[in-house]
Design a protein around this ligand. Structure first.
Ligand SMILES: [Zn+2]
Length: 161
């Protein structure tokens, strides 16, 4: 038993220190960390631009916009499950839209890119940009519209799980 004790104490010390630093730190530490060059070489060009540089794909161009199959939408960067097909709906915006996501894997941030604050949606595991959240979603359910780039997602059909 004794030999397990020391690493445990050490782990506690490190984690306490980690927490207190985390409160001061401005930048969030993600579970998946890659350099920009690593992201660039591991992603298709459009996915890289969207996920890592918050680009927006042109509406009605993404292959998942009209996708109606049952399944799960994963983060294109780290494969964390982000959206389930039963919450996808046709918002007529030209981008895949969901009235809710898998909360534990989503991060809400704010960007001012177009002059006023917008609620930015990011992957909580790798920090990749996904899209934006608006409050003009279906009133009968959540009222939320998670407006997500196709290029930011990887779709896994239910029957292929
Ligand atoms: Zn991710």
């Amino acid at each position: 038993m004794k030999k397990y004790l020391l690493p445990l104490v050490f782990a506690l010390l490190v984690s306490c220190r980690g927490n207190s630093q985390g409160k001061k730190a401005q930048k969030k530490i993600y579970k998946i960390i890659k350099t920009d060059a690593e992201w660039k070489s591991s992603l298709p060009a459009l996915a890289y631009d969207v996920l890592r540089h918050a680009a927006t794909e042109r509406p009605y161009t993404g292959p998942l916009n009209d996708n109606k199959r049952e399944g799960t939408y994963l983060c294109g960067g780290c494969k964390a499950p982000l959206y389930e097909s039963q919450y996808k709906y046709d918002s007529k915006s030209g981008w895949p839209s969901f009235d809710r996501g898998i909360e534990e894997n989503l991060e809400y941030d704010v960007d001012y890119k177009i002059g006023y604050p917008r609620s930015e949606l990011k992957c909580n595991r790798c920090g990749s940009h996904l899209g934006h959240m608006f409050d003009d979603g279906p009133k009968k359910t959540t009222g939320q519209r998670h407006c997500i780039n196709s290029a930011a997602l990887t779709f896994i059909p239910k029957d292929e799980k």
